[in-house]
Design a protein around this ligand. Structure first.
Ligand code: NAD
Length: 266
């Protein structure tokens, strides 16, 4: 929690993919600032655990709604549950898991469909459901958690490299359409953050390399100027600011949070 009042108390937020990882980090930061939350992910069990954790850490119990964000019916049910449970939705944090990794020839057509449904289908549909309310009330904040794979090629992540730029383009274009109605739309591109997904990957890759998971994580930090992977809480603080009424002029931005790792200039 920061000392600056972000003005989030009482704001109503949906945080997607929040049973763990970066989504949980964003949910935690918003809850700390007094926002009322509905969190979603695919499994009810995972959501209940996350809700227990949030209650223990921040003293706030969020509403939960299981939803597979690749399914239109689940997205509709999610928006309905949020409006029903919270009264309205002021903030959307759009986030989910990444698409499968691997080289081009390892991906059947279904993987391509999944990548598009997960990245672009989920956020565009949720925005179409939630924007009318935000615009009519003259306040809304939409933040998407994307990836630096939307900005530079990462070997082995061809599905991400192909689908993430579309999502970044969507946010920039939408920001121009709705900024005049008090709705600001931004994207966060994380570098490497120590979430459960990355820890699991570390165990797998470290075993292949014949080193310990700790040594592998240390190596991850060696190409990052601040010397370590990020903590989901650091991303959560950024998301909370961008989602807050305190943010009045950052709109259509792609904000990189990666400890200085990325080398691109534009
Ligand atoms: P994670 O796997 O730890 O968490 C993903 C969350 O999304 C979980 O709550 C999961 O249940 C939920 N989810 C997955 N698929 C879903 C679906 N179809 N419908 C609804 N919920 C779904 O992942 P993470 O590390 O927190 O990453 C979050 C996003 O950020 C991903 O898109 C990832 O590719 C991206 N990202 C992560 C990193 C990193 O270092 N962690 C770096 C760059 C980009």
């Amino acid at each position: 929690m920061c000392d600056v009042d972000l003005g989030l108390a009482g704001k109503k937020a949906i945080v997607c993919g929040a049973s763990r990882g970066l989504g949980y980090g964003a949910a935690r930061a918003l809850a700390e600032e007094g926002a009322e939350l509905l969190i979603c992910a695919r499994s009810r069990e995972g959501l209940q655990q996350a809700a227990d954790e949030l209650e223990a850490e921040v003293g706030v119990r969020p509403l939960i709604q299981p939803a597979d964000l690749t399914r239109p019916a689940d997205r509709q049910a999610l928006a309905d549950a949020a409006v029903g449970g919270l009264g309205q939705v002021d903030i959307l944090v759009a986030n989910a898991g990444g698409p499968p990794s691997g080289p081009f020839e390892s991906h059947p057509p279904e993987h391509w469909q999944l990548a598009v449904d997960l990245a672009l289908g989920s956020v565009t549909h949720l925005c179409s459901l939630l924007l009318p309310g935000m615009r009519s009330r003259g306040f809304g904040r939409i933040v998407q958690i994307v990836s630096v794979a939307g900005l530079e090629v990462i070997d082995g992540l061809i599905l991400s490299n192909a689908s993430r730029p579309a999502v970044l383009g969507f946010a920039r274009a939408l920001a121009r359409e709705v900024g005049g109605d008090g709705v600001l739309v931004n994207s966060i591109c994380p570098g490497i953050f120590l979430t459960q997904r990355i820890r699991d990957l570390a165990v797998e890759r470290a075993a292949r390399m014949g080193i310990s998971a700790e040594a592998y994580v240390e190596q991850l930090g060696s190409d990052i100027p601040v010397g370590r992977p990020g903590d989901p809480r650091e991303l959560g603080d950024l998301a909370a600011f961008l989602c807050s009424p305190r943010n009045t002029y950052i709109n259509g931005a792609t904000v990189v949070i990666d400890g200085g790792k990325i080398r691109r200039l534009y």
